[in-house]
Design a protein around this ligand. Structure first.
Ligand SMILES: CCCCCCCCCC(=O)SCCNC(=O)CCNC(=O)[C@H](O)C(C)(C)COP(=O)(O)OP(=O)(O)OC[C@H]1O[C@@H](n2cnc3c(N)ncnc32)[C@H](O)[C@@H]1OP(=O)(O)O
Length: 237
């Protein structure tokens, strides 16, 4: 649930080696992302498909020779920030992450993205679940960047018109209201013609188990201070 918004309380022993490892992990994810896209779109015949399947199986076994049991969770990156590298929307290690590229703007965040054939719902259009996932992530990131990194309590999504695959889309998220550990956000996805394709209203809540950490910014495992220079809103429980 963090994309580098928060400084890690844990020091990085060898940032340069970790940065090189991250580069390699990112390269692998991008290559596998191309594989996912090619798998969806290929028109190769059966002998080729059988051959590629066998080679992919071999590669999977190679990767699993040294792999983590279960999910990644949140890790400290080479830049000293907390990141969820497995996040399917923006995780550097996740081949299906579009990825979403976020920039801060007044009142929230703006995200540019484009989705390919692997995200198809209605013919030629983005699957509605992924439309909602983009809105969830962008609005959630806007909340986190205001210092309230909550979980989605609700995400009310309205689909106005089809969101087309292969087009440059913009998703904007903004904070409407902060009420203690609750943060209300809204946003929309806009197509290249400037039309809103989908919009959402959401509530993010910092769960009880996280409030203690967030309420003690100098605590051992809970230094979730916003990056220097950002104006974080400290939640008041
Ligand atoms: C850089 C970081 C980027 C982060 C991006 C994140 C994007 C992705 C986000 C996700 O995908 S999160 C995963 C999907 N969501 C979940 O799995 C959340 C599951 N639900 C929960 O864990 C809990 O229900 C939740 C944390 C949302 C609330 O439980 P708590 O026990 O912590 O809250 P509590 O019961 O103390 O309620 C706090 C307040 O919120 C209110 N509330 C709780 N759930 C609500 C709800 N669903 N709707 C409206 N209000 C709600 C509740 O009435 C109360 O109001 P008051 O303070 O006024 O009394």
């Amino acid at each position: 649930m963090t994309d580098g918004t928060f400084v890690s309380p844990y020091p990085v022993e060898d940032p340069q080696s970790l940065a090189e490892l991250e580069r390699a992990q990112g390269d692998l994810a991008r290559a596998v992302g191309r594989l996912v896209d090619a798998t969806v779109r290929t028109r190769q015949e059966r002998p080729v498909l059988d051959e590629v399947t066998a080679r992919v199986d071999t590669l999977v076994e190679r990767l699993l020779e040294q792999a983590q049991e279960g999910p990644l969770g949140i890790e400290t990156s080479s830049d000293g920030r907390l990141r969820d590298h497995a996040n399917p929307m923006l995780g550097m290690r996740n081949p299906i992450a579009p990825p979403l590229v976020m920039t801060d703007d007044e009142g929230g965040v703006t995200c540019t993205f484009s989705l390919g054939a692997a995200y198809e719902g209605p013919p030629g259009c983005v699957h509605g679940g992924f439309v909602a996932a983009v809105l969830d992530q962008v609005l959630g990131t806007a909340a986190a960047r205001r210092g309230v990194p909550g979980l989605t309590a609700y995400l009310n999504t309205t689909y106005r018109r089809p969101t087309l695959l292969g087009t440059d889309l913009v998703c904007r998220g903004r904070i409407d209201r902060v009420d203690g550990w609750k943060i209300f956000a809204s946003g929309e996805i806009v197509d290249p013609q400037g039309e809103v394709t989908a919009e959402a209203e959401a509530l993010f809540i910092v769960p009880r188990w996280a409030r203690e950490h967030l309420g003690t910014p100098t605590g051992d495992a809970g230094d979730f201070a916003p990056p220097a220079g950002e104006t974080g809103v400290s939640p008041t429980p």
